[in-house]
Design a protein around this ligand. Sequence first.
Ligand SMILES: Nc1ncnc2c1ncn2[C@@H]1O[C@H](COP(=O)(O)OP(=O)(O)OP(=O)(O)O)[C@@H](O)[C@H]1O
Ligand SMILES: [Mg+2]
Length: 412
Amino acid sequence: LRFALAYVVLTRVTVAVFGPQLESLLVWVAVIAAVAHGPTRRRFRAYVSTFGFRRRFNRALCSTGVEPFASRPPDVVAVGSSGLGKRVELVVPMGTSPDSLTGLRSHLAAAFRVRDVLFERSATDGAVVTMTLSMRDPFGQELPPWPLEGRHAWSFSLPIPFGVDEEGRVVSSSLVEHHLLLGGEPGAGESNALLVVGAAALDPAARLHLLDGKLVELAAWARCADGFVGPDMNEAIGLLEQLRGAMDDRYVALQRLGKRKVDPSDGLAYEVLVCDELALYLNHPDKKAAQRFAEVLRYLLARGRAAGIVVVAATQKPSTDVVPSSLRDLFGYRWAMRCATREASDTILGSGWATEGYSAADIDARTRGLGLLRHEGAAPVKLRAFHLDDAAIERVAIQAGEVRRSARKLGA
Ligand SMILES: Nc1ncnc2c1ncn2[C@@H]1O[C@H](COP(=O)(O)OP(=O)(O)OP(=O)(O)O)[C@@H](O)[C@H]1O
Ligand SMILES: [Mg+2]
């Protein structure tokens, strides 16, 4: 704009002083100056590409016939690129929601002849959404090793790296004051995603309690755990009741300290309960025992947050007949691995997410460990979990065991 203004003023003055024959010369001087001036050249190029893309985008939206965007398309404000493909910043018109764009994903992918179209809402502006026209499979390459592998120790209160998202960014989250429920079809990768065990094991101040319905999934962590129980129902109930006793004592200690919740600086450790194959305990043939298990677990989930109790549970299909909704609803964080149906995906993520375009049934079965995580932020995030093979688990567990032993010696 400044350039155009300067040009108009300069031509007017020059034409007035030296006559109209100099005007065409000035046009050429202006064109050469604009081409030679790097920032102006780049801005002009960005303007042309935004303009061109806007036309294609509006045409694509119009062809879907899906309102409101068919007649009121979002404004294209910037076009750039990322490792995945073209990245476009959009501003949706007033009265529309950026979430509604997710439902047009497949229409737009077909219109632009790309592999997939991804949307990410701005964290600061409700009208802004970034659209990525993804040209390649973001999860097609080998994942980097789990960032906590090789760590000397870790603090459980820090964000735990869970996996890598479509842009290749590490997705991390702290589980302090949050319970996490994982679900998916057999072999989708729920047990592998119980990485949280390693993060808790590496913190000598966190107490780790393991319930392993299959006996072999969490067995390698038993050396770092304060409690480890297999499919034995009585032992499992015993472990939960012990934890419940610890929780009640914890509230008495908090009252004495004049605190409302656990803080490790007060010398009160986090109590982390990790359960694989939750359904096995909840659907045990001994109905009385299963009911008792569910009761104590519900008590821990409902009252454990302020007492520093964190529950992470994995199961194949947490539908109401397997995990009662009164238990399921107490898990604030949800992680859905590949599911057979959209309904199964919704039972894990919460109802309505499949209609919004977030369904774990759309995940390719070939990519193990791929899922949708609903944690901080408005919408679920697609990510592939870091993978720990048996040798990696062994290494982290040995390291965690050593850290815990040294901490105990120092404390003794
Ligand atoms: N993120 C991942 N990256 C690579 N491979 C993975 C990943 N997650 C899981 N796998 C592979 O998939 C296989 C199944 O994983 P896992 O045991 O976690 O599945 P599951 O869903 O718990 O199975 P089940 O429902 O039978 O208990 C594992 O042998 C593992 O090698
Ligand atoms: Mg499993």
